[in-house]
Design a protein around this ligand. Sequence first.
Ligand code: NAP
Length: 279
Amino acid sequence: MSDPGIVGKMASESAPGVHTSSTPATQRWAWAKVVSVRRWTGNLLSFSISRPPEFRFTPGHYARLGLGEDADAIEWRPFSIVSAPAEDVLEFFAVLVPAGAFSNRLARVRVGDAIRIEKAAYGFLTVNQLASGKHLWLLASGTGLGPFVSILRDKTSWRAFDRIVVVHSVRYPAELAYRDEIEQMDNAAGDANLRAKLHYLPVVTREPYSGALSARIPQLIEEGQLERALGMELTREHSRVMVCGNPEMVKALRALLSAKGFQVNRRGVPGQMAFEKYW
Ligand code: NAP
């Protein structure tokens, strides 16, 4: 996302691991505890933390997490929330960046560790930024899939759209995180109001992989391959597009969609597209 993170000095509190729920109301952040860590590959992981009671968010929002033992040198980073608002933990999906100050700490995180989280959630990659439409297109690269998993785990979009498209572009097949969960999402499970039909389309760019497309998303759109693969047209009239991930991809897709007449939300007027850069 566009926020690069800061090396922060914020009001320090009691020792990590001791206070996980009650923090002074005036303090901007709260303690949480790591409750699970899942490794997808050597540098891709998901982790979840306990949810401070005061923390509220909308699917698509991001939180700011702080890691470090020395209260004077906490590293803070933004992370999109993967979990749905109804869940009692907060889940995140992260890539470990070589020699990154936060990544070095995140790589060592274990269940039970204490972590700081700002009490507010941030961002504009939410479905309510979009005008109503028929088809929701969620276009992600790498860990940019995270906020879309939150959007899918919440039922709001399943009621609002006829179709939901999820395109996840990764370098290698093992990086297709959350694939099983997304493919198994049962949109019809006992609720006739959840009308959306889901189309999940993996893109693997650095080795051949059966069932996946192999070119970068902007190229797939420019050359019409994405629409052909889905049997759907990308139009300003019916399509609502959310893009998250590699900043260069975000830039290219913004230019491409703008040329088709798509607009972002401006001064409260909902648009046809919304973006989040990841770094
Ligand atoms: P990635 O390099 O963005 O690759 C993910 C997918 O996006 C691949 O399919 C890749 O295709 C595609 N892609 C790359 N550039 C593109 C572009 N300009 N337009 C369209 N598609 C594009 O991301 P990753 O594999 O998740 O992460 C790799 C590295 O990104 C990390 O090691 C790290 O250095 C950096 N990163 C940094 C942060 C941060 O917070 N600082 C966060 C996430 C990632 P190709 O295979 O063709 O490149």
